[in-house]
Design a protein. Structure first.
Length: 159
């Protein structure tokens, strides 16, 4: 006999939560388990001779955070407005990063079974950092692979 609790556990095991963000006109999903916080970028210090994708570093509640310009990472033009960009805080290999985004959306629970591999016609900049896609009503959600986002040609990118 199946109980309500075992049905809930089975359902939970087939769902993954993503926080949605927009960069350019594209909707992306980050696994919520890898997201530490969302914050407005303030007090950014440039790092001389760093890779173009590195926007700089900042102090966030006592931690040094490397800010990665996701527009540059994706080959998109710079933002044309003067508002402060938002960032999604993540941690990888004991380093803290802030992925600069245009806006943050909602948290989605999506069935693991509806995840698809990258379409063959997906832009190469997106395909390089994508872990797959989910087709939503009228939109494609590109799932970001955090390790691929942080991999800039095998070099350590923490400033």
């Amino acid at each position: 006999m199946t109980t309500d609790a075992s049905r809930t556990d089975a359902l939970t095991n087939t769902l993954t939560e993503y926080i949605t963000v927009v960069i350019g006109d594209q909707l992306f999903g980050l696994p919520i388990a890898q997201v530490q916080d969302v914050f407005m970028l303030d007090g950014l210090t440039r790092v001389p001779l760093s890779q173009p994708e590195i926007a700089g570093v900042l102090n966030l509640r006592g931690r040094i955070v490397t800010a990665i310009d996701m527009r540059r990472r994706l080959g998109l033009p710079r933002r044309d407005d003067s508002s402060k960009p938002m960032a999604v805080g993540i941690e990888s290999k004991s380093e803290s990063y802030g992925l600069l985004i245009d806006s943050v959306g909602e948290v989605l629970q999506l069935d693991v079974g509806t995840r698809e591999p990258n379409p063959v016609n997906l832009d190469p900049h997106l395909a390089r950092i994508s872990a797959g896609v989910h087709r939503l009503e009228g939109r494609l959600l590109v799932l970001l692979d955090v390790d691929r986002v942080l991999d800039m040609g095998g070099e350590a990118i923490a400033a």
